[in-house]
Design a binder for this molecule. Structure first.
Ligand SMILES: [Zn+2]
Length: 299
């Protein structure tokens, strides 16, 4: 291979890093969402989740919650890249399924909320008389669902089309050059773990769990609630995210700005609450899916 080719491959790799949606919450964010969810699963749901998990998971849902990010680099899985986010019209600060849920080529339902509906439905139809393994791979469906419920809670996964959810907004995070999307996926959580939690993610997760049973305890049932008896309501989660994107993520984060203590300390509570909501809602969805399985099986 000549230098010319090496250079091109390098450029392509850099471009792939920049392409929107190649990252979700970072590994830590997804791990936190799933760890929080695990603690709120019912007995029934926990049994079925453990049955569905691949052996490599060691019985732990949280250990496979970044799987959907790991695989999208493979050609076979390229089609899943648009499923990690949904773009909304610039500065509208609202989200509508019919208007917004499509990929860049215009394919409908190809976005994070569409994916959450789809993988929830796959579980349902699998338990309603079909042979589940024939039609869908439910292990994959579970791992996708757990990941995308996390992603839709990251405000900039429901950001503006024009800046690719903050991916094209170059900023400094303290001294480090990065982009706004990455700040919300990873940097805020990283800095918090280092600054406040003794570099131990487990302590950050425990602190969020304590808030759930303490400061937020009255909010939990409203977080779990879906209108019209729906199993899952990703449109609500996406609407919340784009509002938070406008109020907190984009505000004071113009291209070229340096984000430091003011930004970090005022946004960290938002990130922690979104991780908590993602976890509680993931558990609620899985509890509903796998409770109905038991009812149908016994009917
Ligand atoms: Zn993702």
């Amino acid at each position: 291979m000549g230098w010319h080719e090496v250079l091109w491959i390098g450029r392509i790799l850099v471009l792939m890093q920049l392409v929107h949606g190649v990252v979700g919450w970072g590994k830590d964010g997804h791990y936190a969402v799933c760890k929080i969810a695990e603690a709120y699963l019912t007995e029934d749901a926990l049994v079925t989740v453990k049955e569905l998990l691949p052996d490599s998971a060691g019985g732990e849902l949280a250990s496979v919650c970044s799987w959907a990010d790991d695989i999208k680099w493979y050609y076979k899985w390229h089609w899943t890249s648009p499923l990690h986010y949904v773009d909304t019209p610039d500065f509208k600060c609202n989200y509508q399924y019919c208007r917004d849920c499509h990929d860049s080529a215009g394919h409908k339902d190809s976005c994070v909320t569409g994916a959450i509906f789809n993988y929830t439905k796959q579980h349902f139809s699998a338990y309603q008389g079909y042979d589940p393994q024939l039609k869908y791979n439910l292990t994959e469906a579970l791992m996708f669902l757990a990941h995308f419920v996390g992603d839709v809670h990251q405000p900039l996964h429901v950001g503006f089309t024009g800046d690719l959810g903050g991916n094209t907004i170059t900023v400094r995070w303290y001294h480090r050059k990065t982009n706004l999307h990455h700040v919300w996926d990873t940097m805020i959580i990283d800095s918090a773990v280092k600054t406040f939690y003794g570099s131990d993610l487990a302590i950050m997760i425990q602190t969020i769990q304590r808030n759930i049973t303490d400061a937020w305890s009255n909010d939990i049932s409203s977080w779990e609630y879906c209108e019209y008896n729906q199993t899952v309501c990703p449109n609500l989660y996406a609407s919340e995210s784009v509002r938070l994107a406008c109020t907190f993520a984009y505000r004071n984060a113009t291209p070229g700005s340096t984000l430091e203590d003011d930004y970090f300390l005022s946004r960290l509570p938002i990130v922690e609450k979104r991780l908590a909501q993602g976890g509680i809602r993931l558990a609620a969805v899985l509890n509903r899916i796998f409770a109905s399985e038991v009812k149908i099986a016994r009917a």
